[in-house]
Design a protein around this ligand. Structure first.
Ligand code: BGC
Length: 734
């Protein structure tokens, strides 16, 4: 080999080795997201279940098929012993098992648990920002279902918090689709791993309960995809076995009989192939229902009176009915309901553990909104003269309607606070002297939120007056709010501390006492924005305040309800009456829901999304990106150091928001795309990793009708609330 050849070959070898090592480098630098999405696997494979369903449906008579696709005795799927299909009981709901002894004259006592744990409501669960806890919470509820022989839990509810007056916000998961999605996926896996079906509800854009069957949500496809669908998508991806459609109309058609909603959005786009059921009494057109992708009309197939004749005269194809039956049986078969009993009494032994999960949820979900002059904590056994006044003190307050769970072993606020404060006096009607004479005044206020009606953002006049009076007369006034959503607190200028207790469930007031005494350091963060005035909200004006409450109530119910109660009443209608009372709810804000609205419109809320104080302080530092530039398909790792700079142990949630620098379409200033709750001892420091994948940068394009990611610069904001951003950096996506 001559010299030239040797040099040439060496050069080639050098180029080859460099290329290889570069390649290796790129591969080793490539970030893999270690966070695995929770996923439920059915005990029986879909293929086997499908075959089973096919083989049963060919044997069924038309009458049998028509009975299967209607609810049976209001809360059942009809059983057929001869085909090995059990009768399956469906029970509410998201915050524990609603015990029903009877319903509209039907005896349900065989399925009535002797007791069920009342958990804090799911908005409180979401305020924990701890998806692992959502798993345990849901697992506990699933186990109670097994004890009661309940095959289908009619929850979790996950309609987005768009409107602070929505009477059902308490049973949902707040305003942010990313946060709700992380809770939902854990909830689904938690319930279903116990062998019980979880039902994602109410699909979709059901964000007010004011005349719920008559409200037409006028909402664009982009908002549906970016705001209202992600929680459902996460539930479907996690393996949910059932979905319930909603009462409202979507762009002119009732959700439960809408081809667009069920066939297009749910089945085609989200890929959901299991059981879909209607909400109770929400269908008025049987033929539309049959063509919509719906499977089961609850509670009893009310729209189906003429269905048999439609099938017999060929107006409705039998294949469509078969498909509905197949999907119902397939779902039950893949959960193994055809071969194993649902009821399992051994789960009764676990109720004490469930109560502990409920307690932990309250510990992590209670939010300390304000704490001026460090008025809290007030140590246990303090000799301070504490006056407790207001409402919901000697009773447990919970959200009403189907989601209602009464609980047992109930600890009232009075029980819990008397245990820790020997000098506490309770006065239901405190005089000026009482208020002035106390070292500390604790005022308990709240709203009793109910399904089937919305409630005012503002408290009743009496409650507001009490807060004003107490805080003016006493410099150390603490307000405890018991509510299923946000309330108006804009004038509480003299109130020193505000503690959000949500609906605490049967044992949550123990956690409240722990928070007030400092035994538990609060770590809950708001899962929604609390605006100053309802008129700041994009939902404002959906019905005039006067119409929605007072006048409707007087006009239709014609009873005199004391003013103090009026804040939670509106009026519900049957689906038939609804036709004449339709009204539009215009979702004009599009994707700008919650903090996305307040940020983008520069409206300062009273308490921002993600806000919640602690008795210690945390500092964020040293934000590092795995790369300043990534390809769309790559994952970005964001590392941040968190330090507990105070004197007590505590937890905070690090929140990461992303905003596109030069968006080609209106986009929110920033959107939550990752978070992590961290527990740190006093003085402790930890480094945490957060991961962003392509979906953190993308938006749903109304033009291409797909998710799109623009190349360009994105701002990354990291903080401990949506308004307390402590670090900002940029990444380029190419
Ligand atoms: C509610 C559903 C509930 C159903 C059965 C309806 O009124 O909207 O959430 O699951 O009743 O109780």
């Amino acid at each position: 080999m001559n010299k030239f050849c040797t040099i040439y070959l060496s050069a080639c070898l050098f180029v080859f080795i460099t290329a290889c090592s570069e390649k290796t480098n790129i591969q080793t630098n490539r970030i893999m997201n270690p966070v695995k999405k929770p996923k439920f696997e059915t005990p029986i494979s879909t293929e086997v279940a499908q075959k089973k369903a096919d083989s049963i449906v060919v044997l069924m008579s038309l009458d049998e098929k028509l009975d299967l696709i209607k609810g049976h005795n209001s809360f059942f799927i009809k059983g057929y012993e001869k085909y090995g299909i059990p009768k399956v009981y469906l029970s509410d709901a998201s915050q524990g098992v609603h015990i029903r002894e009877s319903f509209l004259g039907l005896d349900l006592s065989d399925y009535a648990l002797p007791k069920s744990v009342a958990f804090p409501n799911t908005l409180c669960l979401t305020a924990t920002w701890n998806p692992n806890l959502a798993h345990d919470y849901a697992k506990s509820i699933g186990e109670e279902c097994r004890a009661g022989g309940i095959g289908v839990l009619l929850g979790p509810g996950m309609n987005m918090y768009r409107n602070s007056q929505n009477g059902r916000n308490f049973e949902y998961m707040g305003e942010d689709p990313y946060l709700a999605a992380r809770v939902v996926e854990q909830y689904v896996v938690g319930v279903q791993n116990t062998g019980v079906i979880a039902t994602l509800k109410h699909f979709i854009a059901n964000n007010t309960d004011y005349r719920r069957r008559a409200s037409n949500s006028v909402v664009d496809e982009r908002a549906l995809h970016e705001i209202y669908m992600p929680a459902f998508k996460s539930g479907v991806d996690a393996g949910a076995q059932a979905v319930m459609t909603s009462y409202n109309l979507i762009n002119g058609e009732w959700a439960g009989q809408s081809d667009f909603v069920i066939n297009h959005l749910l089945r085609d786009e989200l890929g959901f192939s299991n059981l879909v059921m209607s909400d109770w009494w929400s269908i008025n057109d049987c033929k539309a229902l049959i063509n919509s992708g719906q499977d089961l009309e609850m509670p009893g197939g009310e729209s189906m009176t003429n269905l048999k004749s439609y099938v017999e005269n060929g107006e409705v194809a039998i294949e469509k009915i078969d498909l509905m039956c197949i999907r119902i049986i397939k779902t039950l078969a893949q959960m193994n309901f055809l071969d194993a009993p649902i009821k399992d009494n051994s789960y009764f032994e676990k109720f004490d553990q469930h109560e502990q999960v409920a307690l932990q949820t309250a510990r992590e979900g209670i939010v300390l909104l304000r704490n001026e002059n460090n008025v809290l904590p007030i140590t246990k056994d303090s000799d301070k003269k504490i006056l407790l006044t207001g409402i919901y003190i000697d009773e447990i307050i919970y959200g009403g309607g189907s989601g209602e769970v009464k609980g047992y072993n109930k600890v009232t606020m009075l029980d819990a606070l008397q245990k820790v404060y020997p000098n506490l006096t309770y006065k239901s009607e405190a005089t000026d002297e009482d208020l002035k004479g106390a070292d500390v005044v604790i005022v308990s206020v709240g709203t009793w939120d109910w399904e089937g009606c919305d409630r005012r953002f503002a408290l009743t006049t009496e409650q507001e007056a009490l807060v004003q009076k107490a805080s003016t007369l006493n410099n150390n006034t603490i307000v405890i709010v018991n509510s299923g959503g946000g309330i108006r607190m804009n004038d509480w200028n003299h109130v020193k501390a505000i503690v959000y207790n949500w609906y605490p469930g049967q044992i949550g007031n123990v956690a409240l006492a722990e928070v007030l005494t400092g035994v538990t350091n609060p770590s809950g963060k708001l899962p929604m924005t609390i605006e100053k005035e309802f008129s700041d909200s994009p939902a404002y004006g959906y019905v005039s305040e006067e119409t929605s409450f007072l006048s409707d109530h007087k006009k239709y119910l014609d009873t005199s309800i004391p003013e103090s109660e009026l804040n939670r009443w509106s009026f519900d209608t049957s689906i038939d009456e609804a036709k004449d009372l339709l009204y539009d709810v215009e979702y004009k804000e599009g994707v700008l829901v919650g903090y996305r609205w307040y940020d983008t419109k520069n409206i300062t809320p009273l308490f921002p999304f993600g806000h919640g104080l602690s008795f210690t302080t945390f500092k964020l530092d040293d934000v590092q990106l795995s790369s300043n530039e990534i390809a769309k398909s790559e994952t970005l790792k964001v590392t941040v150091e968190v330090e507990n700079t105070g004197k007590v142990n505590g937890a905070t949630t690090i929140q990461l928001y992303v905003g596109e620098e030069k968006a080609t379409i209106i986009r929110p200033v920033k959107e939550l795309k990752a978070f992590k709750k961290v527990w740190l001892k006093a003085g402790e420091k930890k480094s945490i990793d957060l991961y962003l994948e392509q979906d953190a940068f993308s938006y749903w394009s109304p033009h291409t009708k797909k998710w799109e990611t623009n190349a360009g610069k994105f701002n990354i904001y990291i903080g401990q609330s949506s308004a307390a951003i402590e670090a900002e950096t940029k990444v380029t996506v190419r």
